[in-house]
Design a protein around this ligand. Structure first.
Ligand SMILES: N[C@@H](CCC(=O)N[C@@H](CS)C(=O)NCC(=O)O)C(=O)O
Length: 204
């Protein structure tokens, strides 16, 4: 079966799928959907995702949207139990963090980054407050644990790491959360790790 990831280079939601594909050494083709020119609103892409969002994963005749759902699908279909365990309680503990990413982290760091770095109109104050609150929770947890759950890297770490790694693009000083930084360094040392692409203006 051929695997195709529809994404955008600066999309954090695309990156976390790219990261898992790379860590699992799964061959795939990435096709860029140009969000800047509105390609995601064209009928061809809407047929893949009526929400007009990347990422979308096409696996043969199967089509999926939402990065969290795609992570789960890849880990389950490739029998990657290290990342997404078979035990119900363990799996739910990992799942907690997928939802933290989709809610607190995305509505915090993600929206603040949109306002500050992509200049999407809106007041960044509320997302910034949310971002600081969730980063404090992550920092507390990661000051006591190497990984978010189960004592090993799981989908929880993949899901939560992407936006956290570019928190400075949301106007936040990443040094404020040292345990989070050390955790990200541990993740970056794992085989197959690929970093989240940086906004050009902030490179170097
Ligand atoms: N819950 C979705 C969110 C996807 C999403 O918001 N993607 C952004 C790019 S990072 C997008 O396509 N935005 C286009 C738009 O909203 O116009 C996921 O986790 O994949």
């Amino acid at each position: 079966m051929s695997l195709v990831l529809y994404g955008f280079p600066l999309s954090a939601n695309t990156h976390r799928v790219r990261l898992l594909l790379s860590m699992l050494s799964i061959p795939y083709e990435e096709r860029t959907v140009n969000l800047m020119t509105g390609e995601h609103h064209q009928p061809a892409f809407l047929a893949l995702n009526p929400l007009a969002q990347v990422p979308v994963l096409v696996d043969g005749d199967r089509t999926l949207f939402d990065s969290q759902a795609i992570l789960v699908y890849l880990a389950e279909s490739r029998a990657a139990a290290q990342w997404w365990p078979g035990d119900a309680y363990e799996r739910a503990r990992v799942a907690q963090w997928l939802f933290v990413n989709a809610n607190e982290i995305n509505n915090g760091i993600g929206y603040a980054r949109n306002h500050i770095s992509f200049r999407i109109p809106g007041d960044p104050a509320i997302p910034l407050a949310r971002a600081k609150a969730v980063l404090a929770v992550l920092d507390q947890r990661l000051s006591e644990h190497d990984w978010l759950e189960l004592g090993r890297p799981t989908l929880a770490d993949i899901a939560c790491s992407t936006l956290v790694s570019v928190a400075d693009e949301a106007g936040l000083d990443r040094g404020t959360w040292p345990a989070v930084q050390r955790w990200h360094q541990r993740l970056a040392a794992l085989p197959g790790f690929v970093p989240m692409p940086r906004l050009k203006a902030r490179q170097g």
